[in-house]
Design a binder for this molecule. Structure first.
Ligand code: GDP
Ligand code: MG
Length: 168
């Protein structure tokens, strides 16, 4: 069965940008994604790294209910849940410029309960601020090393892909 990498995280952290990066090494160009920012449903692309071919799933974000100023894990969109259920590895994307949010913590708590290996990418770390410093804030999510990346520039993506293919 072909390996599948699911990209998850709250809206606007750069999931689609990073999902596009994950597919750019495929020999025939694996890109099948919607444009950044407009992803509605799970979309797929083909990726290749370190001798492994894999399918990339952009889960399209997580919908939450803020009626009472709170966010709820059960509101994780069904499509995102399906993406995670099928995945060989999950890439959780967070926003290093915004910093850690309650929703990041709730998604992390959910992922820690799953059997699937999770890699944590701290996106938008291309600025003048030290990316490693920005990323260190996310150790407390309990998902191991927070990898600083810039989906926009592609920096740090090699380390993330190395980590993602380890379980494959
Ligand atoms: P998604 O909603 O999680 O799929 O996020 P998108 O990939 O659509 O990106 C959301 C916004 O963040 C867009 O305006 C992107 O251009 C921007 N963005 C994505 N990656 C980066 C990055 O590495 N650095 C910065 N500064 N902005 C980024
Ligand atoms: Mg998107």
């Amino acid at each position: 069965k072909k390996a599948m990498i699911a990209v998850v995280g709250r809206p606007n952290v750069g999931k689609s940008t990073i999902a596009n990066r994950l597919t750019q090494n495929f020999h025939e160009g694996g890109l099948v994604f919607n444009e950044a920012g407009v992803t509605r449903d799970r979309t797929y692309g083909e990726g290749f790294w370190g001798g492994h071919e894999f399918t990339v799933v952009d889960t399209g974000g997580i919908v939450f209910d803020d009626k009472e100023g709170e966010v709820f894990l059960p509101q994780i969109r069904q499509q995102a849940m399906l993406g995670i259920a099928e995945a060989s590895s999950v890439l959780l994307v967070v926003d290093g410029q915004t910093g850690k949010t309650v929703l990041d913590e709730q998604i992390s708590a959910f992922l820690r309960r799953q059997k699937v290996p999770v890699v944590l990418a701290v996106n938008k770390c291309e600025s003048t601020v030290d990316g490693a410093m920005q990323a260190a804030d996310f150790w407390s999510l309990g998902l191991g090393n927070p990898f600083p990346v810039s989906g926009l520039h592609g920096t740090g993506m090699g380390d993330v892909m190395d980590e993602l293919i380890k379980p494959l």
